[in-house]
Design a protein around this ligand. Structure first.
Ligand code: FAD
Length: 475
């Protein structure tokens, strides 16, 4: 019997994007997979870590998907390592917790008759405009006003979007489409009135969560890759991509300080585009450098507050659109699984995004913690005297920010990188796609299945770019 030798694939980055690609490639049985990770741990933003007797995630992470087959894949991989949880999340508005997606009945009590009527009139005006003349939305702002009316936009969506992405008038409508699945004015109104139900496509009623913390999902992928004869190497510094005849033939680097070189047939990258660009082009490709440096991102900040009480919330997470609160969302780790922390204490993770030049990014950890604690006390979730400590984590450039020209910019970036014939991109940062982990799973599956079928990387890349444009983030 002649054994067919496997083709070699190197994957850069062991976040959920890189590991999903490695997992599905290994699963085809056709590839020898090597995943190279810069950090000493796997998982990227989908990792969990131990701190202060807690297992903590990097903000609220649920496993949910409307992409056919993705949840089946996760269930097959994780089996009894998964919990199934009913989703409990709300919005904190004017001192009250209201249902999210919004419901008029619920809003009426909170906002009072005057504001509530203004919302109703706003919907009506936009609905009527829709029947007469409506231009396609040019910005996030246009998109949201057309669907919800200006008063609701100004009350909820504008401040929340401003907190998460900055000025919504300079945001591409795609940013709204990916997050707001309701299709038209009438549908929104019917849902608000409770006459039409949210569906699995627009709001998750349940979700999966790994019993041992979200990081157990990337851990299960790593186990599979290694079980299939592949490698996941940590502490790896990629120094050079050796190119021969328009292809990357090998990667040179150092793993835990020792020099290494891996030959390959294909390279799949989930690392930031500017870093990949420098490895591929050095300083020689100005068009690429200009385009890639023009892509906008937001930094992520997570402030964990530890308190002497068993639980602080009734929800898994709560959105905070109002500007007086520093954070955009509060997440309670023990709502996912009470065993992830001590019985008599809790950990709240408050997340927000900001720019390099913002006061938030420049503020000290202590200032951010103080503001966060004040907000949590004001919201009535904890008392100041219960706080036992805090932890601040910062990640640069994690949120792709789709500005009005991002499609053009990405086209330039892709066309330059596609000069490399055996390269593929995946993941949120690697592909500059504002997405969730289920989308990263789908990207990995798509790449592996099409490569194994014999498709050329450039064709897979182009098809994947079209596919990711339809991804939706379901809250
Ligand atoms: C607050 C918050 C809430 C979220 N909620 C959800 C949710 O509910 N459900 C959900 O599914 N998703 C959620 N997400 C999104 C999810 O975290 C991302 O989709 C996912 O982490 C993206 O994975 P990635 O592999 O593309 O990127 P990353 O996680 O950033 O991984 C990239 C990896 O590449 C490594 N790397 C970087 N440079 C190099 C280099 N030069 N060489 C080698 N390795 C390198 C990094 O160290 C990292 O490990 C949430 C994200 C945030 C921030």
């Amino acid at each position: 019997m002649i054994l067919e030798s496997k083709e070699k694939v190197v994957v850069l980055g062991a976040g959920i994007g890189g590991l999903s690609a490695g997992y599905f490639l290994a699963k085809t049985g056709k590839y020898e997979v090597t995943v190279l990770e810069k950090a000493p741990v796997i998982g990227g933003l989908c990792a969990s870590f131990e701190y202060n007797d807690f297992t903590l995630d990097y903000g609220a992470h649920k496993i949910y998907s409307v992409i056919p087959g993705v949840l089946d894949e996760v269930r097959r991989l994780m089996a009894d390592r998964l919990l199934t949880l009913p989703k409990k999340h709300r919005l904190f508005l004017r001192g009250h917790l209201v249902d999210y997606p919004l419901k008029l009945g619920n809003l009426a009590g909170v906002l009072g008759l005057t504001v509530f009527s203004r919302l109703g009139i706003g919907y009506g005006v936009e609905l009527a405009r829709g029947f007469v003349l409506r231009l396609p939305p040019r910005t996030y702002q246009d998109y949201m006003i057309q669907r919800f009316g200006r008063p609701a936009y100004e009350l909820v969506f504008e401040p929340l979007a401003d907190k998460v992405w900055g000025d919504p008038a300079s945001l591409h409508p795609e940013m709204a489409r990916a997050r707001v699945p309701a299709s038209g004015g009438m549908e929104v109104i019917l849902k608000l009135l409770g006459l039409k139900k949210e569906t699995a496509e627009t709001s998750a009623e349940f979700f999966y969560y790994p019993r041992a913390g979200f990081g157990d999902l990337p851990a299960a992928m790593k186990e599979y890759i290694e079980g299939a004869g592949g490698r996941v190497l940590l502490d790896c510094d990629v120094i050079e991509l050796i190119q021969v005849d328009g292809k990357i033939a090998a990667v040179k680097g150092a793993v835990a300080g020792a020099d290494v070189e891996f030959g390959m047939d294909y390279l799949v990258s989930s690392i930031p585009l500017p870093i990949l660009g420098r490895l591929v082009f050095g300083e020689r490709e100005k068009a690429f450098t200009n385009a890639v440096e023009d892509l906008q991102y937001r930094h992520l900040v997570l402030v964990y507050v530890f308190a002497n009480r068993s639980l602080a919330l009734e929800d898994q997470w709560i959105f905070f659109p109002e500007r007086e609160f520093l954070f955009s969302r509060v997440f309670e780790q023990k709502q996912m699984n009470p065993e992830l922390g001590p019985a008599d204490r809790t950990a709240l993770c408050c997340d927000f995004t900001c720019d390099e030049d913002s006061w938030q990014w420049k503020a000290t950890d202590e200032e951010l913690a103080q503001r966060t604690i004040t907000g949590l006390v004001e919201a009535g979730f904890i008392e100041a005297g219960e706080v036992t400590g805090y932890l601040v984590k910062r990640t640069r450039n994690f949120y792709p920010r789709y500005d009005l020209e991002y499609v053009e910019k990405m086209r330039k970036v892709s066309s330059q990188l596609q000069q490399v014939k055996n390269l593929l991109l995946t993941g949120r940062i690697g592909m500059y796609n504002y997405n969730n982990s289920d989308h990263c799973v789908d990207m990995g599956r798509f790449i592996a299945n099409n490569l194994a079928r014999g498709d050329q990387p450039v064709d897979i890349w182009n098809a994947l770019e079209k596919r990711v444009a339809d991804y939706k983030i379901v809250d």
